[in-house]
Design a protein around this ligand. Structure first.
Ligand code: PLP
Length: 435
């Protein structure tokens, strides 16, 4: 993150101990650079806190934040589990990376028959059931394969949290999961418990993302336990697992004040503990699904600066060689980022500029009103905390090629995703012959 960046004697920004200008020269720009030690540190903060408190847990990396074979391998090395979402591509990537199948959890609000087939054939650990349609598909496939499957049921507890805000909604308006209050979840539990080939291990909920406070999580846990107490009486159902999702916030700019990752885990443990005491229940295994908080602040994007347009008394636009094609978040969510000029990292930032992408779209702005040293063409801009939902949301608008991804660790850099070529862009294009 910008506050803590360091630079070498040439005034070049260092990342993961390496000279970012050397990396930009070696691999070209735009370039995603991940500090693997930071990824490991984030993952361990979750895993070790559960261990320290002697709690049986699974920390499932939400691979939607950034999925690639190398990233899945790092998750495996850190003994994480893996959350994959349909479309089957995330599952396919996990299988290609040799991730232990029993630690893969399969999500999605519209899993297709083919995707469920893929999950059964690869013998993944758990499916998170989202809707009644999926229950029917899964049951018929399990009969076809003469197989069984562990599942969690995704419920919507009526709490939506983002950053410092959370809202309570009586009847959750969400495309995901079964509503806890309107009877849908009760009906789903009843049906699942009656299915021979389906083993209902517990509940799943995910209340939002980039959350800085624990209140929303606490309320969600309370709501889950209220229901569990009811279901224990009415259906003799006991949850072996409570999956409380992801959403733990990270620092993008100085406006963000996330809690230490350990704190989220400790609060969850405390709350689950108090609720199990309250209802005299067995302490369940706790699963969580952090995505952003594992990879978000472990990455920077390097861009080359090109055109600079000054509109007197209005603003100075500084354009880079990427934009909404490698980082959709500013356009999609008005997300904010910090950046430095990597080859002028020791120079004072005394000029306000706005960073524009190069797509044919006025909304393609990466950063509004940022203080930088005076920039010129061919400077390298480093944008911080781009590791989550950056590359994974990259797209081909304007026929952009997707950037390369490099991992750095222990003073070494390694290319882990190649830069796409123009040839890659037309690989699936076929010509049209006029009759
Ligand atoms: C079900 C589920 N789990 C986990 C996550 C990961 O969230 P985050 O990256 O904010 O930790 C998401 C994000 O959308 C999600 O939908």
């Amino acid at each position: 993150m910008a506050e803590q960046f360091s630079y070498n004697e040439k005034g070049h920004l260092l990342f993961g101990g390496l000279d970012t200008i050397d990396l930009a020269k070696k691999y070209g720009t735009p370039l995603f650079v991940y500090d693997v030690e930071k990824i490991r540190e984030n993952a361990r903060a979750f895993v070790e806190t559960f261990q320290k408190h002697g709690i049986k847990a699974q920390v499932a990396y939400a691979s939607k934040a950034f999925s690639s074979i190398a990233m899945v391998q790092v998750a495996k090395q850190e003994n994480l589990s893996l959350d994959v979402v349909s479309q089957g591509g995330e599952l396919y990537t996990a299988l290609q990376a040799g991730f232990p199948v029993d630690k893969i959890h399969f999500h999605g609000n519209n899993k297709s028959l083919e995707e469920l087939r893929m999950a059964i054939e690869s013998k993944i650990g758990c499916i998170v059931i989202d809707n009644f349609h999926e229950m029917v598909l899964l049951e018929s496939l399990l009969a076809e394969y003469d197989a069984t499957m562990d599942v969690l049921i995704r419920v919507t507890p009526g709490i939506e949290a983002h950053t410092h805000d959370y809202i309570l909604t009586g009847n959750e308006d969400s495309k995901f999961g079964f509503d806890l209050t309107n009877g849908q979840a009760d009906k789903a539990i009843q049906q699942l418990l009656a299915k021979e080939r389906i083993h209902l291990k517990g509940l799943h909920c995910h209340i939002g993302s980039q959350i800085f406070e624990t209140d929303g999580f606490m309320m969600a846990v309370e709501r889950l336990f209220e229901k569990l107490a009811e279901w224990s009486k009415s259906y003799q159902f006991t949850a072996e697992v409570l999956n409380l999702g992801g959403g733990f916030g990270i620092r993008y700019t100085s406006e963000d004040e996330p809690l230490p990752l350990e704190k989220y885990v400790e609060s969850l443990i405390e709350k689950v503990s108090s609720q199990t005491n309250k209802y005299n229940m067995v302490f369940p295994e706790i699963w969580i699904e952090p995505g952003r908080s594992i990879v978000g602040d472990a990455c920077i994007t390097l861009y080359s600066i090109g055109s600079i347009k000054e509109i007197p008394n209005v603003r100075k636009y500084v354009a880079v060689d990427g934009g909404m094609t490698d980082n959709l978040r500013p356009a999609l969510y008005q997300a904010k980022y910090e950046a430095v000029v990597a080859n002028k990292a020791q120079q004072p930032s005394d000029e306000e500029v706005s960073i524009a992408g190069k797509c044919c779209e006025s909304g393609d702005m990466l950063i509004w009103d940022i203080m930088l040293p005076e920039v010129e063409a061919n400077d390298i801009l480093a944008v911080f905390s781009t590791g989550a939902y950056g590359y994974s949301m990259a797209n081909h608008y304007n026929r952009f090629t997707k950037p390369a991804v490099v991992f750095v660790e222990k003073g070494k850099d390694q290319l882990v995703v190649k830069r796409e070529s123009y040839q890659d862009l037309v690989t699936n294009d076929l010509s049209y012959e006029e009759e």
